[in-house]
Design a protein around this ligand. Structure first.
Ligand code: ADE
Length: 269
């Protein structure tokens, strides 16, 4: 009888102890993508580990470690590995810009990933490129799913944010929110044919160069994660010009989403 009463308390205590000292990691690939969050970080401290600069502090009352992961899948995976071996991390949020693929998406629109795919991992055959699922080193090299799902709770909370947040217009476009697949590869896509292929082959709403690599590492480590991206361009012939026009404002909007998400997604302390 007594045991029945005590057990839930012990269980809660164990959770609290496990969470104690843990941080939420926020990652962007480039300076622009972490700038706003860096400027708002309270009690900010800077530390460099193996070439990766980490900023610790608090945002919305939560313990945070913020970092620039660098561009591309290898830098993103490297930074995630250094991050997770240097800090106790409870969840990871990736923020930044992307090239929109869905025909309705305009620069400024936000894509909340419900799953990620690495579109450039696979086999090149005479008849074309076949995308392969990646392998999980921490699980006997077993195949991962082709699409890596983001954390369910982070997704629910991000969707809630999208219903209430008021973001800045980009080029006269009031940002709209999309939820779906984001496709990652080591290529800045500025080709309408490639953009169309990624949309029709993978049903991908946006493309970028880091998210699925981070997703794969998080998956291997059992770490909850989500990727939120604001579109700076449409991965078409004007992608490069649009990117430079909108990267700043799109980065700020994505970071604003993350700030609101931190209001909803609380870590027990
Ligand atoms: N990030 C922003 N725009 C992109 C694009 N068009 N391709 C890949 N990554 C991007």
């Amino acid at each position: 009888m007594v045991l029945k009463r005590i057990l839930p308390i012990v269980f809660m205590l164990l959770i609290v102890l496990k969470m104690h000292g843990q941080r939420i990691a926020i990652m962007g690939a480039m300076d622009e993508e972490i700038e706003l969050l860096k400027s708002k970080l309270e009690h900010k401290k800077e530390v460099n580990k193996n070439g990766v600069t980490f900023y610790t502090g608090k945002l919305k009352g939560q313990k945070i470690v913020l970092l620039k992961a660098g561009i591309g899948k290898v830098n993103a995976a490297y930074s995630t590995a250094i991050l997770t071996s240097s800090f106790k991390i409870e969840a990871l949020i990736f923020t930044g810009v992307a090239g929109g693929l869905h025909p309705g998406i305009k620069p400024g629109d936000i894509v909340i990933a419900d799953k990620m795919i690495q579109y450039d991992f696979g086999q090149l055959k005479e008849e074309g490129f076949e995308t392969w699922p990646t392998r999980n080193l921490s699980q006997n090299n077993e195949k991962n799913s082709l699409y890596l799902k983001v954390d369910a709770t982070l997704l629910v909370e991000s969707k809630k944010v999208s219903n209430t947040i008021n973001l800045q217009p980009v080029n006269g476009n009031q940002p709209k929110f999309y939820v779906g697949t984001i496709a990652t590869g080591d290529t800045f896509v500025s080709d309408p044919k490639k953009a169309k292929d990624l949309y029709s082959n993978f049903n991908a709403l946006a493309t970028e160069m880091e998210g699925a690599a981070v997703a794969q590492v998080c998956n291997m480590l059992g770490l909850p994660y989500i990727v939120i991206r604001s579109c700076s361009d449409n991965a078409n012939t004007s992608a490069h010009t649009d990117y430079f026009k909108f990267v700043q404002i799109a980065s700020v909007n994505s970071a604003q989403m993350v700030l609101e998400l931190l209001e909803n997604y609380k870590v027990i302390e």
